[in-house]
Write a protein that binds this ligand. Sequence first.
Ligand SMILES: Nc1ncnc2c1ncn2[C@@H]1O[C@H](COP(=O)(O)OP(=O)(O)O)[C@@H](O)[C@H]1O
Ligand SMILES: [Mg+2]
Length: 367
Amino acid sequence: MAGTRRRIRLALLFGGRSTEHAISCVSAGGVLRALDPDVYDVALVGIDPAGRWVALPDAEALAPAGDELPSVTASRGVSVVLAPDPTASRLLPRDAADALRSPAGDIDVVFPLLHGPFGEDGTVQGLLEMAGVPYVGSGVFASAAAMDKQHMKSLLRAAGLPIGPYAVLRAGQTLSEADQERLGLPVFVKPARGGSSIGISRVDAWAELDTAVKTARANDPKVLIEAAITGREIECGVLGRLDGPGAHASVPAEITVTSSAGFYDFEAKYVSDQTRFDIPARLSATALARVQQVAVAAFEALDCAGLARVDVFVTPADQVIVNEVNTMPGFTPTSLFPRMWEASGVPFPQLVDRLVQLALRDGAGLR
Ligand SMILES: Nc1ncnc2c1ncn2[C@@H]1O[C@H](COP(=O)(O)OP(=O)(O)O)[C@@H](O)[C@H]1O
Ligand SMILES: [Mg+2]
């Protein structure tokens, strides 16, 4: 009987230490609104920018207040920890005095809605594995592999998937003349483990390279220099199958940027209203099939689970080149991942249900 079934105790984990803190809060707000309160008993667990975990009493941290971006304020909640002990798969109040008024408790599943390092990169996934708690999305390896653009490319290439030319600069290294010649101009300079286009520049003259590398290094000592790909920007959602192994692809979306930066930078992603999103993307039948096939193959090449958003370029000759794989794509009301699934016949609430069901089915540990 559905009415008497125990609700699923879901911990929504958001905020975090990365530069995408605010985006994560807005994403969590989107997911929270999609969760049916008759089915889910939701614990809101915020991680503040310093890394403090707090169980929050309400969703105030999840919405932008006026011009201010949302963020987790530790003083607004009860300080909690997740013990790496599978016999105590619960959020424990850090302070014994808090135990009585703690809203946290046993959890069935965690939705780690964190973007960037210390969240999307396998670190939190490792903690959840240790604690023996099922969680939404990819495991430790795929999360770490997708976060690091160098290793992501190595795995994609090993699987025979098309990627563009690039070079890696570790701390202190500079781009050799041979690499300058091989890559040509323009190039994109990016932090190896970044997101939301933070720290990324397009370089049209080699004289600008040093500044661009410095900007990227402010985020990550390891930097990628990529040849600019000429093509349309297409994104495709991938979702694990509930009726068996494997995954399938959504209808893709196209992003058209008209802002002065000339690429899909932070401004174009979250601020500008000049960015156009076409869902579904208008692609030839051949390109559509290729994008969806490459998206699922990239998901599998990295051993992803649950969900991923695979971003590609489609060249004028309808060639598909993978740009990146995101293991925890945005879930804000304007985010493409939920909108692409909506357009594919999976509305936001069903999408979230499906992700939780996949997490509960697969459990923690080797999947
Ligand atoms: N090699 C490239 N060629 C053309 N455009 C690129 C290239 N790399 C990045 N871009 C542009 O920069 C944006 C952000 O780069 P991306 O690698 O996706 O970083 P992030 O992980 O921060 O989203 C892309 O959406 C695209 O507009
Ligand atoms: Mg991107």
